[in-house]
Design a binder for this molecule. Structure first.
Ligand code: ADP
Ligand code: MG
Length: 139
């Protein structure tokens, strides 16, 4: 089923000029980038985005990292886009990520792991709505 997911190219990747290389992996996997914007996240935006992790020991570090450099927020569309993008990203910890995945190719560490992707269709809709309106996504 065609669906949408939300992606972020994280600061470690934008800083190393890897936006195009990450997008090539996304497109080669059959996912279409239907909206994207380069932004500098505010502390409030990062705190809200990751509020589910607020009690975790790495939360402060995560918010600091996500606001340290610009990120690229994206909407990806394709068949089973949520699960498909999780496969393409690879495991959270790049040491455990499969060959050819974005995190295996480019991530620096479990924290600085190059990309975010929604973990469910419900969260995808919530996350897309935090950064995009319908008018931003021509389809
Ligand atoms: P994922 O991004 O694969 O869905 P999580 O939702 O578990 O992973 O974590 C959200 C983000 O928090 C990770 O992508 C990573 O940037 C950061 N993170 C997760 N675990 C750790 C950790 N142990 N130490 C530092 N940062 C972490
Ligand atoms: Mg997650």
């Amino acid at each position: 089923m065609t669906e949408r997911t939300f992606s972020i190219i994280k600061p470690d990747a934008t800083k190393r000029n890897l936006t195009g290389k990450v997008n090539a992996v996304i497109e080669d996997a059959g996912l279409r980038i239907v909206a994207q914007r380069r932004i500098k996240m505010t502390k409030a935006q990062a705190e809200k985005f990751y509020e589910v992790h607020a009690a975790r020991p790495f939360y402060g570090e995560l918010v600091e990292f996500m606001t340290s450099e610009p990120v690229v927020v994206q909407v990806l569309e394709g068949d089973n886009a949520v699960a498909r993008y999780r496969e393409v990203m690879g495991a959270t910890n790049p040491e455990q990520a499969a060959p050819g995945t974005i995190r295996k190719l480019y991530a620096l560490s479990v924290g600085e792991n190059s990309v975010h992707g929604s973990d469910s269709q419900e969260n995808a809709a919530i996350e897309i709505a935090q950064f995009f309106t319908a008018a931003d996504i021509p389809g």
